[in-house]
Design a protein around this ligand. Structure first.
Ligand SMILES: Cc1ncc(COP(=O)(O)O)c(C=O)c1O
Length: 380
C-alpha cells in the first residue's frame, strides 16, 4: 500500500507531527540496520523522532554545522554538554556574565567532583592564565546575558585549540543570523531555542549544533537521560525557523533605534549594546557578528531600583516579562529575575546593578517603541 501521506510522492509542505512513541519493525534485518546506524529509521521516541529530526537538520544548516541535537530546553542542552564531556577531576571555565541557571547547574557539577573557575567577560583576554592541564571546556555567551558583553570567539578558540580544550558558545542572544560561532572556531554551539529560534513565546527547546562526531556522543547522552524533544513543540519550532531571518533583522533594527534613542537620554546612566561604536565590545562584535548586532541590550535607569521599577511600570507597549527573542519587546530587571538565585555578592561582582534593565527587542513598529520608552522615562 502506498504511504497515505505521499500517495504520489508529493511531500507535505510542513513536516508532519509524528506522535508515535514506537514503530513497527518490518523485519529483524531492518531493526538491526537501524540500531547499527546503517540506515535512518525510528524505533522509540526517546531515541529519535522524525519531526524533531527535521528541525535538527534545519538548525544544523543555519549554524553551518554537520548536525544538531534538539532537546527539551536550553538548560537541558547546556547540561547535556557538561554531562557528555566532563568527569570527576575535569576543570571547567565559566563566565559570570552567563544565564543565571548555570550557577545552579555548577553546584550540581561540583558535587560530582568537577572543578569550576568563574571569570568576568573582561578576563577572556587573559584566558591562558586561567586554564590548567585538566581544563576540558570553556563555556561562554557572547553577547552575554544580561550585560551584552562581547567575547572574541576566534581568540578564545585559538587559545582553546592549543590545549585541546572544547570551546562551547551559547549563541542564543546573537542567533545564527548574526553570528556563526562554528565558523569562528567554536566546537559546539548551544541555543535556548525557546528564544529567537522559536520566536513566539510558545515553546521550549534546546539545541546543540556541532560535528557529526559530537552529535553521536550527545545523542548517547540524550537517549540515556531522556531529554528528547516532543513532536508538537518541534513543529512549532520548525514554523518559527521559517521567519527567523525576517524577525532577527527587524529585532536588530528596532534594537539599534532604541539604543540610539537611549544613548542620548539623560536618565540612562549606562547603556550596553554591541552595535554602538562607544560600546567596549564593539570592535570585536563588528569582527565576528554579521548582518547587525542583534536585539538585546542592557541599561541602567536613573539611580536606584525604584527608578527602574517606575520606568517598567509606566511602559504601555513594551512588556515586563522574562525570556527574550520573541515578537514582543520585553524588559526585565535581571537582579530580580534571571539572576535571582545567585548569592547576592555574585549578582554584583560582574557589573549588574540593581537598576540594570535588560531589553529584548521585538518586531513591533519602531516609532511606537521609541514613544513608549520616551513616555516611561519622562516619569523618572
Ligand atoms: C542565553 C541563554 N541560554 C540558555 C538559557 C536557558 O534556556 P531555557 O529557558 O530554554 O532552558 C537562557 C534562558 O533564558 C538564556 O537566556
Amino acid at each position: 500500500m502506498s504511504d497515505p501521506l505521499t500517495p504520489y510522492g508529493n511531500k507535505p509542505m510542513v513536516t508532519p507531527i509524528v506522535t508515535a512513541v514506537n514503530y513497527e519493525y518490518k523485519s529483524f534485518d531492518v531493526l538491526q540496520k537501524i540500531t547499527d546506524g546503517e540506515i535512518d529509521g525510528y524505533t522509540y521516541h526517546r531515541d529519535d523522532n522524525p519531526t524533531v529530526r527535521a528541525v535538527e537538520k534545519k538548525i544544523a544548516s543555519l549554524e553551518d554545522a554537520e548536525d544538531c541535537i534538539v532537546c527539551t530546553t536550553g538548560m537541558a542542552a547546556c547540561t547535556m554538554v557538561y554531562l557528555t564531556y566532563l568527569q570527576k577531576g575535569s576543570h571547567l571555565v565559566l563566565f559570570h556574565d552567563i544565564y543565571g541557571a548555570h550557577y545552579k547547574v555548577s553546584l550540581i557539577l561540583e558535587r560530582f567532583g568537577i572543578d569550576i573557575t568563574w571569570l568576568n567577560a573582561d578576563e577572556s583576554d587573559e584566558i591562558e592564565k586561567h586554564v590548567r592541564p585538566n581544563t576540558k571546556m570553556i563555556f561562554l555567551e557572547t553577547p552575554s546575558n544580561p550585560l551584552c558583553k562581547t567575547i572574541d570567539i576566534r581568540k578564545m578558540s585559538e587559545a582553546a585549540k592549543k590545549r585541546d580544550i572544547l570551546l562551547v558558545v551559547d549563541n542564543t542572544f546573537a542567533t545564527p543570523y548574526h553570528q556563526k560561532p562554528l565558523n569562528l572556531g567554536a566546537d559546539m554551539v548551544v541555543h535556548s531555542a525557546t528564544k529567537a529560534l522559536g520566536g513566539h513565546n510558545d515553546l521550549m527547546a534546546g539545541a546543540i549544533a556541532c560535528s557529526k562526531a559530537h552529535y553521536n556522543r550527545l545523542w548517547f547522552t540524550r537517549q540515556a537521560i531522556g531529554t528528547t524533544h516532543d513532536a508538537y513543540s518541534a513543529s512549532l519550532l520548525e514554523r518559527g525557523l521559517k521567519t527567523l531571518e525576517l524577525r532577527a533583522e527587524r529585532m536588530a533594527s528596532n534594537a539599534r533605534a532604541m539604543a540610539d534613542f537611549l544613548s542620548h537620554h539623560k536618565t540612562i546612566s549606562r547603556l550596553m549594546y554591541p552595535g554602538l561604536p562607544s560600546d567596549p565590545g564593539h570592535e570585536a562584535a563588528a569582527r565576528q557578528m554579521i548582518n547587525g548586532f542583534g536585539g538585546m541590550m542592557a541599561f541602567d535607569v536613573g539611580k536606584s531600583i525604584e527608578d527602574a521599577k517606575k520606568f517598567i511600570s509606566s511602559l504601555k507597549t513594551i512588556y515586563h516579562a522574562v525570556s527574550l527573542g520573541a515578537t514582543e519587546t520585553l524588559v526585565c530587571i535581571p537582579f530580580l529575575t534571571t539572576m535571582l538565585y545567585l548569592p547576592p555578592e555574585r549578582r554584583t561582582t560582574f557589573g549588574v546593578n540593581m537598576n540594570t534593565v535588560r531589553l529584548s527587542a521585538g518586531v513591533e513598529n519602531t516609532d511606537e517603541l521609541i514613544r513608549d520608552l520616551d513616555q516611561a522615562l519622562s516619569n523618572i
